[in-house]
Design a protein around this ligand. Structure first.
Ligand code: IMP
Length: 439
């Protein structure tokens, strides 16, 4: 009963949508296990570009059941709009399933997120303002509304009567925002329930049944390891667990049911929103990565901050996700740069330090770089690893050695066929451990 997890090893936007899409042929179910409509997956199929925020990208394949697991926070309006968009483009969405235990992002969550971020302005986290944090906060406070509640008017009303006055008080007293009317919220919420009714199930049972039947289940994370609320650069993180462990809690699988973890990397680094980013480039090279890599947020359209590949957190990310294989994306974007730098260490107050570090320490570190000669060749038509320019191959080998896990797939463009499959290899941990030992 194979379950495969696809997880981002950086700050999100590594190209997990493409990885999922590549594996889709062998999979019968794709489960999103955390996050909400803060995420964005771009999948390119032929001339068609699909931008998805909430519905798992498996929906593009008729044989796949796309599942939104209990660890996800769901904005029903986004979900319904996204399904309507897919239907308009000829994609059947009747197979989508939503966990009844998933929490609802209510309109007051969105407003709280917006108001708090606007108040903090330049000191904010730079959230996507989709209400993600406030919805997870209500979950933790046990005052959340769950998807299943949308089907039960009496219980829903009771829950709203308890929580709404508190959230309204914060909105109006602290932020001067107009309070929400309970009756109007009830009308909207029951309408969402009516429209989603046939999709709402216990997704853990669904996933377990699929695994028992020997089906291949793919669990897809949103965001990335460095945005994980436990393992990321707190407080500049999202409010859930993108790491592979999140697939167990939010996707409904047990640790021993996971047979493979595919870690997804981009050949350079990007970050959206605030927070430390030691290898950030604010020069022409940064602009090259931004423009050539089209590094604009799928959800907010914001420019992503761009920088050199940071290998310092890599070994930690590989370890905590127990990565079995890596997909390295966007190597083609580096073509044309005279030299390429790889951050292999940090110096803080005159001494070398390793991951993990606190956000305030990370803000002060000085990156230590290894420099690689660049290459000019266009890589976008390559399908064989042996055809890669020697300098590109050397760069990939260096990342692999630092990761301590095999890079089995290298992507040279957004389309499915722009992917190089590398020979499986054994990576000796000794290549990576001495320099990147976990402190
Ligand atoms: P939130 O998830 O909207 O609360 O935002 C928290 C942090 O995570 C912010 O820095 C966001 O920019 C970042 N973030 C959230 N979703 C994504 C994503 O899909 N890709 C990259 N960054 C994200």
């Amino acid at each position: 009963m194979p379950a495969t997890v696809v997880v981002g090893l950086q700050w999100g936007d590594e190209g997990k949508g493409k990885t999922t899409d590549l594996l889709a042929e062998s999979v019968s179910m794709v489960v999103r296990y955390q996050g909400g409509d803060n995420a964005g997956h771009t999948v390119v199929i032929g001339d068609e570009v699909f931008k998805l925020h909430l519905v798992p990208s498996g929906v593009l394949h008729p044989h796949i059941t796309p599942v939104i697991g209990s660890g996800v926070v769901v904005n029903p309006r986004t979900l319904l709009d996204e399904m309507a968009m897919l239907e308009e483009r000829g994609i059947d969405t009747s197979r989508v399933r939503v966990s009844r235990a998933a929490h609802v992002i209510m309109p007051y969550h969105v407003e709280l997120d917006r108001a708090a971020e606007a108040r903090l302005d330049s000191d904010g986290i730079g959230t996507t303002r989709r209400g993600i944090g406030p919805a997870y906060a209500d979950r933790a406070w046990r005052t959340g509304i769950r998807i299943g509640d949308l089907l039960h008017p009496d219980e829903l009303r009771q829950k709203l009567m308890r929580v709404l006055p508190q959230r309204n008080a914060v909105l109006s007293d602290s932020f001067g925002v107009a309070p929400f009317d309970l009756e109007l919220l009830m009308v909207d919420a029951l309408e969402w329930g009516r429209q989603l009714k046939d999709l709402i199930v216990d997704t853990t049972v669904l996933v377990q049944d699929a695994l028992s039947a020997g089906e291949h289940v793919l669990l897809e994370g949103a965001q990335g390891t460095l945005l994980d609320i436990d393992h990321g650069t707190y407080p500049f993180v999202t409010s859930s667990n993108p790491v592979a462990g999140g697939a167990c809690t939010g996707g409904g699988v047990g640790p021993r049911q996971i047979s493979a973890v595919i870690g997804v990397l981009k050949a350079y680094s990007t970050r959206v929103g605030a927070g430390p980013f030691p290898t950030e480039l604010q020069d022409d090279i940064g602009r090259h990565l931004l423009e050539k890599g089209r590094e604009y947020g799928t959800t907010t359209g914001r420019r992503r901050r761009c920088g050199w590949f940071d290998a310092v957190p890599l070994h930690y990310a590989v370890a905590i996700n127990s990565v079995s294989g890596i997909m390295l994306n966007k190597i083609d974007i580096l073509s044309g740069l005279p030299e390429i730098r790889l951050c292999t260490g940090y110096r803080l107050d005159g001494r070398e330090v390793s991951w993990p570090l606190d956000a305030d320490e990370l803000l002060r570190v000085e990156p230590i770089y290894e420099t690689f000669p660049g290459w000019d060749a266009d890589l976008t038509h390559l399908t064989y690893a042996k055809r890669l320019p020697a300098n590109a191959a050397a760069y990939i080998d260096a990342i692999e050695a630092l990761a301590g896990a095999p890079i089995t797939l290298v992507s040279v463009g957004p389309e499915r066929n722009q992917t190089i499959v590398r020979e499986p290899r054994l990576i000796s941990p000794t290549t990576a451990y001495p320099r990147l030992a976990i402190a």
